[in-house]
Design a protein around this ligand. Structure first.
Ligand SMILES: NC(=O)c1ccc[n+]([C@@H]2O[C@H](COP(=O)([O-])OP(=O)(O)OC[C@H]3O[C@@H](n4cnc5c(N)ncnc54)[C@H](OP(=O)(O)O)[C@@H]3O)[C@@H](O)[C@H]2O)c1
Length: 339
């Protein structure tokens, strides 16, 4: 089968399509014929050698996939049938013609949705859902500040905050991105490049600040985050786009606000059992399937939309990496896999 591959860590020019062995589904696994995958910052980090796949995961790029069930491994429960349209969050291996997935991590593709749209869901939407509900425990009426609001995760988070009847506020680096976030449901948006977002957030919230911050930026935002976080607020760090090194009185500022910091990394959560003995990711996939997936269907209120920025064929994957690296995308960059 064909797969996105690189031999040495480095720039997008190292990427190519390689003929590799088709995987076999193991115990409780399903083989999926992939029609579309999508790009994530994690792929860029992996390509540069800064984010190796977790132990046991495929070294083929791709953290998500949409396609159809091609084969059932031994011991599958009967929940999935050959030909079912499915999508999945993966620790790797999604940018290939076939991938194996534990059956508990598959989700049905909502009716009337294309494989291209479905590929834009798993990583961004499960990350945002996990951050808001499993980590942040968002409540109705709370104000949530979402940094990189027009990113894949950001556009999903805006809609999920609305679904939770809370109030999304965003930051982004261009007017075009702010307009897209407003269309997706952001109550307010600020351009971090030409204004102090913390002052603007305080103005918008009449001085009280936000209850939750979803932060994938890290170092360069820490002081401004603490300026506009409410007393008892939750600051959730899930990416470090500006780096991870901070200088200053972070701890005193945290204590004075009685604030808490949470850090989250979904990719490595493969084998962690919860108190009810379901693995963490399985629990997450099940909750998302029950609570969120119905809202992608026609007639749902509110209706959720996966946001596709652009579609690139697998053989042009280097272009897709360049576009993301240059911060060009609004929503998700999807990779179409050859049949
Ligand atoms: N922890 C987890 O489990 C997990 C899972 C998935 C994703 N993530 C993280 O979530 C983040 C978003 O991922 P994605 O794939 O949705 O990203 P994406 O679509 O590529 O969007 C990222 C956006 O962040 C903004 N940005 C980049 N560098 C920045 C900087 N130094 N300061 C401020 N803004 C910056 C850019 O938008 P502007 O033009 O607005 O600046 C860029 O377009 C990444 O950090 C990724 O690693 C974490």
């Amino acid at each position: 089968m064909l797969a996105a591959y690189f031999d040495c860590p480095g720039g997008p020019e190292n990427l190519y399509m390689k003929e590799v062995m088709k995987p076999n589904p193991g115990e409780g696994e399903v083989l999926v014929k992939v029609f579309a995958s999508a790009l994530n910052r994690g792929d860029l980090l992996q390509r540069t050698g800064n984010y190796p796949p977790p132990k046991g995961a495929s070294d083929i790029l791709g953290l998500e996939a949409a396609g159809s069930v091609a084969e059932l491994g031994p011991g599958c429960s009967g929940r999935w049938r050959i030909g079912d349209a499915v999508m999945a969050l993966l620790p790797g291996g999604g940018q290939a013609q076939y991938v194996t997935v534990p059956e508990g991590l598959l989700m049905p593709i909502p009716k009337d949705m294309t494989f291209i749209q479905a590929a834009a869901i798993p990583e961004a939407w499960l990350t945002a859902f996990q951050l808001l509900h499993f980590v942040g425990k968002v409540q109705e009426g709370e104000r949530v500040l979402i940094h990189a609001g027009a990113s894949g995760v950001g556009m999903a988070a805006i809609q999920l905050v609305r679904l939770a009847k809370a109030i999304p506020i965003v930051t982004a680096g261009t007017q075009e991105k702010l307009e897209a976030t407003a269309k997706a449901g952001a109550a307010a948006g600020f351009n971090y490049k030409n204004e102090d977002f913390s002052e603007k957030v305080l103005e918008f919230t009449q001085g009280s600040g936000v209850d939750i911050i979803l932060d994938c930026v890290g170092a360069s935002y820490w002081e401004k985050n603490l300026n506009c976080l409410s007393t008892d607020g939750r600051w959730i760090i899930y990416g470090l786009l500006s780096g991870g090194e901070v200088h200053g009185d972070l701890l005193a500022r945290l204590v004075s606000k009685r604030a808490s910091i949470h850090a989250s990394l979904l990719r490595t959560r493969d084998k962690e059992a919860s108190s009810v003995f379901l693995q963490y990711k399985e629990r997450l996939v099940r909750a998302f399937t029950e609570e969120v997936l119905p809202h992608f269907s026609e007639g749902a209120s509110p209706r959720l939309q996966p946001l596709v920025d652009s579609v690139h064929p697998l053989h042009a994957i280097a272009e897709a990496h360049r576009a993301m690296e240059e911060n060009k995308n609004i929503g998700k960059i999807v990779i179409e896999i050859p049949v």
